[in-house]
Structures are given as structure tokens and as C-alpha cells.
Ligand binder design. Structure first.
Ligand code: TMP
Length: 210
């Protein structure tokens, strides 16, 4: 790792995999190493990108085109990367992002069925080779994940989609991990929290000791 620059870490996974608890754990771990940390999320992370998030996640009568959804995700990402993520990394702050570009491949590619090549074009256009140093993919069976979300509050537009949609999302995430083994680590999110945290810690240790 380039010691003068911050580390860029994204956390990914389908619904109910325990992202929030893991984000906190990753933040605490990196801070314990003495690094400054910025915790942010996608879609969102700037005032304008958060407005786009509200547009994207709100329930509406009008059918949302998959391309519209993809373009808005990238519009928010472009704003977020240039206004927040890159400046923080330049200042030596580590950035932990709750979802990043792999979510577009998983949800708009896998879930909505858009061609990965189309997403790749947008990735090249908006990110121009910029990517996380490390992506932690929390993985568990769709059935278990959905069961866990049911214990939470009201579902948003994405969460009310059917099971098959989530199976496609999970498969696309796992494919991304297979295609990007250097950057992406798959963490089994099914065991209890302490075991998940042990797995997270071991990946983070390797990354920070490189
Ligand atoms: P969250 O619930 O994890 O905050 O994420 C909001 C929703 O946005 C989640 O269901 C996944 C979805 N999403 C996409 O569909 N594509 C993307 O590129 C991103 C970042 C999120």
C-alpha cells in the first residue's frame, strides 16, 4: 500500500448480510491502527448524491427503466468519487464505502439483467481505472439474508423485490469476486458475529501489512 495515501475499502453484499455491523467493525479496526477513517455510502455520500439516493430508493408508481437506474447510480458515484472519496484519500484518510461499483454489476447487471459490458463502459467513463484497494464481500444464502431483513423496519423498493432477483444479485457478486481475486475477499457472513469479525480482521491484517 502507498503509505502517504489513504486506503479505499468497499463493503458489499446482498440484503440482510450484516453490512452495518461489519462497517463499524472495519472502521474501529482501521482506526485502532492509527489511521483516520471516513465512512461513507453509495448511492449517496454528498448532498447531491444523497438526493439521487432518495430518488432511487423511493417507492413510485412510474416504472423505473433499468438504464435510468444505472445512470443515476453512476451520476451519484461520479459526484461522490470526485467531491469526497479522492480528496479524502489524497489527504491520507482511509475511506470505507458502504457499496461501490460492484453493486452496480450485482444489482443492475445481475438483478436487472443489464449487460456487464454496458456497466463497464460507464465504469471506464466515470472512474477511469479508479477502484477500491480492497472489497469485502459479505456472502450468505439468499433465504437466510431475507429472513434477517424481515426482522428490520419497512422494506424499500429494492428490498421488496422477489427471491429470484436476490439469487441473481448474489451470483453476480460471486462472479465479480472470482474475476477480481486480488481485490475482492469473500467473507462467509452466515456464522455468528464474532466469527465474521475474525474473518474480516484476518483480511484487513493481510491488506495493511502488505
Ligand atoms: P443500502 O440499502 O445498502 O444502503 O443500498 C441501497 C440500495 O441500492 C441497495 O438495495 C442496493 C442498491 N444499489 C444498486 O442497485 N446499485 C448500486 O450501484 C448501489 C451502490 C446500490
Amino acid at each position: 500500500m502507498n503509505k502517504s495515501k489513504g486506503m479505499f475499502i468497499s463493503l458489499e453484499g446482498s440484503e440482510g448480510v450484516g453490512k452495518t455491523t461489519s462497517l463499524k467493525f472495519v472502521q474501529n479496526y482501521i482506526e485502532s491502527l492509527g489511521h483516520k477513517v471516513l465512512l461513507t455510502r453509495e448511492p449517496g455520500g454528498t448532498p447531491m448524491a444523497e438526493e439521487l439516493r432518495n430518488i432511487l430508493l423511493s417507492e413510485r408508481e412510474e416504472k423505473v427503466e433499468a438504464d435510468t437506474e444505472l445512470l443515476l447510480m453512476f451520476a451519484a458515484r461520479c459526484q461522490h468519487v470526485n467531491q469526497v472519496i479522492k480528496p479524502a484519500l489524497e489527504q491520507g484518510t482511509s475511506v470505507i464505502c458502504d457499496r461501490f461499483v460492484d453493486a452496480s454489476y450485482a444489482y443492475q447487471g445481475g438483478g436487472r439483467g443489464l449487460d456487464f459490458s454496458r456497466i463497464q463502459q460507464l465504469e471506464e467513463w466515470c472512474l477511469d481505472g479508479f477502484k477500491p484497494d480492497l472489497t469485502l464481500l459479505l456472502d450468505m444464502s439468499v433465504e437466510e439474508g431475507i429472513a434477517r431483513t424481515k426482522k428490520r423496519g419497512k422494506a424499500d423498493r429494492f428490498e421488496t423485490e422477489k427471491m429470484a432477483f436476490y439469487e441473481k444479485i448474489r451470483a453476480a457478486y460471486l462472479l465479480r469476486a472470482e474475476q477480481n481475486p486480488q481485490r475482492m475477499a469473500v467473507i462467509d457472513a452466515a456464522p455468528d458475529i464474532s466469527q465474521v469479525q475474525t474473518s474480516l480482521k484476518s483480511v484487513l491484517e493481510q491488506t495493511y501489512n502488505q
